[in-house]
Design a protein around this ligand. Structure first.
Ligand code: NDP
Length: 502
C-alpha cells in the first residue's frame, strides 16, 4: 500500500490503516496495523480465553451469544450505515445482510448443544460388550479471515458458528472494511467483557498470512480463490485445517414452464445487488429458447430502471475496490470483441467508481465474462435448446458455489443436477439466509461447510469413546485369544455378513 489517498483505497498512515468511502473519499476510520508479533500475542490471549469460554458450557455461551444477537438487532441501522459508508452499498442492502448475520448468531447459539453435545450412539453386534459415545469438542482458537463485500455476514457466518462450538476467534477483516470489523468485535466485547473471546487484527494481506502461521487450530477463510490457495499453502506447513469459502460464477436456469416475470425480477436482483460484488451473484443465465426473448426483454426493462449512485434513493452503489473496475471492463470488452452484444450498458457503462448494469447476450462460452468471476453489475444471458444443455453449460465452470432454477415440473430435479454446494428453486441466493442449511462450494469455490449442523461441526473435533460393559465373548482384541475364539469369530462373521443382499 502507498501513502497516496484515493477514494476507497486503503492506506497506512503513521502505522494506522485508514479506510475511506469508495464514492466520496470520506475517511471512515483508522486502526492500528498489526504485525506478526501482535498476531501471535492475540492468538496467545485467545488460547488463554478459550479455557474460560469452554468452561461456560453450551448454556453459558448460548446466553452470551443471544445477548450479542440482541445488541446487533437493536443497533442494526447503526452498523448498516457504517457498512454503507465504508463499502458503498445502499443502506437497505446492508440491513438485509445484517439481518441474515443476526439470524446465524441466533441459530448457532440455539443449536450448538443439540448438534455437538454428548450422545450415545448404537454399537455393533461384533462389539456387543461395549457402549459407544460421541461428542464434538472445540478445536481451540479459530482464525477468521474475511472479505470486504459482505463484511458482516461473511465473518459472522463463520465466527458465530466457531464461537457457539466453544472456540475463541481471532478475526482479520479485509483492509477495505476494518471499521465494520472493529464494530463487530467491540459490540461482542460489550456483552462478553470478561475475556478476549473475539479479537481483531488489522492490516493488509500479510496480516492474514501471519494468522495462518500463528498456530491457530483452524483457519476459516472467505475470499478469492487465488488467496484461498495461498492460505491453504501456508496452513499446509503446520497441517492447520482450513475452511475455504471462495469465489463463484453462479448460473440461473430458466426452464420453459417458468414464471418468466418472476425469474427476471429475481435475476436482476441476484445479478446486480451490491453492484454484483457478491460471491453468490447470478453472473450467467441459461434460458431455454421458448422463453428466451421474453426473459431478456423483462430483465432489460427492470435493470434499466435501477438508479446507480451513492446514498439515499440509489439501488446500485460504487465498485468498492477500485482495481476491480479494470476486470469488469476487460470482461465487457472481451465479450463484445468476440461477438457478444450489450442489450443494456456496455463499455460506456463503466464510469468509475460506478458501473451501470450491463446485460450481455450471444457471448461465447469460452469468454472471460462466462468463465471468470466478474464481480460487477454485469450478466450474460445465453439461449439454450433445453434444460439438459442449460445444466451442461452451467456445470462447465471451475466454480461451483450456488445456482438457481426457475421452472415447475422438473425444477427441483434440475437444481439437484447443478454441480454446486447450494441451489435455490424459484428464487436466488436464499440459501445464504437459511441458517439451518450448510453453506459452501465445490471446485474453485472451495470446500468445507459453514452454517447449519455441518457448520457447527466444521469448528469441532469429534471425540469417540467406547466403554466396556462386560467381558468379551469373542476375545478378538487380546492375546488371550485361542484357536477356539478365532473359530467363533469366523463363524460370527459368516453368520452376520456372509449372505449377500441382507
Ligand atoms: P481476497 O482474497 O482479496 O481477500 C480476502 C481476505 O484475505 C482479506 O481479508 C485479505 O486481506 C486476506 N488476504 C490477502 N492475502 C492474504 C494472504 N496471503 N494470506 C491470508 N490472507 C490474505 O478477497 P476479497 O476481499 O477481494 O473478496 C472478494 C472475493 O471473496 C470474491 O472472490 C468473492 O467471490 C469471495 N467471497 C466468497 C464468499 C463465500 O462465501 N464463498 C463470500 C463473499 C466473498 P486484505 O483485504 O487486507 O488484502
Amino acid at each position: 500500500m502507498t501513502a497516496t489517498r484515493a477514494a476507497g483505497v486503503p492506506v497506512v498512515e503513521d502505522g494506522a490503516l485508514v479506510s475511506t468511502n469508495p464514492a466520496t473519499g470520506e475517511e471512515v476510520g483508522r486502526f492500528p496495523v498489526s504485525d506478526a508479533d501482535d498476531v501471535a500475542r492475540a492468538v496467545e490471549r485467545a488460547r488463554e480465553a478459550a479455557a474460560w469460554w469452554v468452561g461456560l458450557g453450551h448454556a453459558g455461551r448460548r446466553a452470551r451469544l443471544l445477548r450479542w444477537r440482541a445488541l446487533l438487532a437493536q443497533r442494526v441501522e447503526e452498523v448498516a450505515g457504517l457498512v454503507s459508508r465504508e463499502g458503498g452499498k445502499p443502506v437497505a442492502e446492508a440491513i438485509v445482510e445484517t439481518a441474515a448475520a443476526i439470524d446465524h448468531i441466533d441459530w448457532a447459539a440455539r443449536n450448538a448443544k443439540r448438534v455437538l453435545g454428548p450422545r450415545r450412539v448404537r454399537g455393533r453386534l461384533t462389539l456387543a460388550e461395549f457402549s459407544a459415545h460421541l461428542e464434538y469438542l472445540p478445536m481451540g482458537v479459530v482464525g477468521v479471515i474475511g472479505p470486504w463485500n459482505y463484511p458482516v455476514v461473511t465473518p459472522l457466518g463463520t465466527a458465530a458458528y466457531a464461537l457457539a462450538a466453544g472456540n475463541t476467534v481471532v478475526f482479520k477483516p479485509s483492509e477495505y472494511t476494518p471499521a465494520v470489523g472493529q464494530w463487530l468485535v467491540d459490540t461482542f466485547a460489550e456483552v462478553v467483557p470478561e475475556q478476549p473471546v473475539l479479537q481483531i487484527v488489522h492490516g493488509p494481506g500479510e496480516v492474514g498470512a501471519a494468522l495462518c502461521h500463528s498456530g491457530v487450530d483452524k483457519v476459516a477463510f472467505t475470499g478469492s480463490t487465488a488467496t484461498g490457495k495461498k492460505v491453504m499453502a501456508a496452513c499446509a506447513e503446520t497441517l492447520t485445517p482450513v475452511l475455504i469459502e471462495a469465489g463463484g460464477k453462479d448460473a440461473l436456469i430458466v426452464d420453459d414452464d417458468a414464471d418468466v416475470a418472476a425469474a427476471a425480477e429475481a435475476c436482476v436482483w441476484g445479478a446486480l445487488t451490491n453492484a454484483g460484488q457478491t460471491c453468490l451473484a447470478i453472473e450467467r443465465v441459461y434460458a431455454v429458447a421458448p422463453v428466451y426473448d421474453t426473459f431478456v426483454a423483462e430483465v432489460v426493462r427492470r435493470a434499466s430502471a435501477l438508479k446507480v449512485g451513492y446514498g439515499d434513493g440509489f439501488d446500485i452503489g460504487p465498485i468498492t475496490m477500485p482495481k476491480q473496475i479494470d476486470i469488469i471492463r476487460r470482461h465487457i470488452d472481451d465479450a463484445l470483441a468476440r461477438g457478444g452484444r450489450a442489450v443494456l450498458g456496455g463499455r460506456e457503462a463503466v464510469e468509475p467508481p460506478f458501473v451501470k448494469p450491463t446485460i450481455l447476450v450471444d457471448v461465447p462460452e469460452d469468454s472471460a465474462a462466462i468463465r471468470e468471476e466478474t464481480f460487477g453489475p454485469t450478466l450474460t444471458i445465453s439461449k439454450v435448446a433445453d434444460v439438459d444443455e442449460a445444466v451442461r453449460l452451467a456445470n462447465a465452470s471451475s466454480y461451483g458455489l450456488g445456482g438457481a432454477v426457475f421452472g415447475k415440473r422438473r425444477a427441483v430435479a434440475t437444481a439437484r443436477r447443478l454441480r454446486t454446494g447450494m441451489a435455490s428453486v424459484n428464487s436466488v441466493i436464499t440459501f445464504i439466509g437459511m441458517s439451518s442449511l450448510p453453506f459452501g462450494g465445490v471446485g474453485n469455490s472451495g470446500f468445507g461447510r459453514t452454517h447449519g449442523d455441518d457448520g457447527l461441526r466444521e469448528f469441532s473435533r469429534s471425540k469417540a469413546i467406547t466403554t466396556r460393559r462386560g467381558p468379551s465373548a469373542l476375545k478378538a482384541m487380546t492375546f488371550e485369544r485361542t484357536p477356539a475364539h478365532v473359530a467363533r469369530i469366523v463363524k460370527a462373521v459368516k453368520l452376520m455378513y456372509g449372505r449377500s443382499g441382507r
